[in-house]
Design a binder for this molecule. Structure first.
Ligand SMILES: [Zn+2]
Length: 174
């Protein structure tokens, strides 16, 4: 089965606010599977539904697995919400929707979040460091926010210029 394509900046669909999920249907379960497939294939450590063009509040995260090993054990979270955040940490972030760019972003060091799992059961998760950063990054996607919105205007504009040039080149080659 072909993997679904990850939308890339500056695609406007990355900028919408995603809708809460009222009912966990087969469609939502299928979307979660597609998201995990894409996340492990890329590979990435997290993905939000809007990145695949589905404007609903669903994220998948796996900060344990990597290409060298570890078990694939994705956290699949429906309507995730950060209910508590503390500390600050600076982390170098990248994003499957923001090609060829990494930058340091300041985030909360620890978060507590509430969500539902795919069975509709309420879950509460406490996370710190990389996992906390990843949750904040993915939940941002649900609100149409990208990590480049959280860096200095100068760095962001530099990236946007580079990206525009890259897209122009790609168009010329077609
Ligand atoms: Zn991202």
């Amino acid at each position: 089965m072909a993997l679904r394509e990850v939308l890339q900046f500056p695609d406007e669909r990355l900028r919408g606010v995603a809708e809460p999920i009222d009912e966990i249907t087969d469609e939502i379960r299928g979307l979660a599977r597609d998201m995990c497939d894409v996340m492990y294939d890329e590979p990435g450590i997290g993905l939000a539904a809007p990145q695949l063009g589905s404007p609903v509040r669903l994220i998948v995260v796996d900060t344990e697995w990597n290409e060298e090993g570890g078990d694939k054990n994705p956290l699949i979270l429906v309507n995730p919400e950060i209910v508590e955040a503390s500390g600050t940490i600076t982390w170098t972030e990248g994003c499957l929707s923001v090609p060829d760019f990494e930058a340091e972003v300041e985030r909360a060091e620890r978060v507590r979040l509430q969500a539902r799992d795919l069975d509709g059961k309420e879950v509460e998760i406490e996370a710190e460091k990389l996992q906390a950063v990843c949750f904040q990054h993915e939940i941002d996607h649900l609100d149409g926010v990208l990590f480049i919105d959280r860096i200095s205007r100068l760095k962001r504009n530099r990236y946007i210029e580079r990206r525009k040039k890259q897209l122009r080149r790609e168009q010329e080659e077609e």
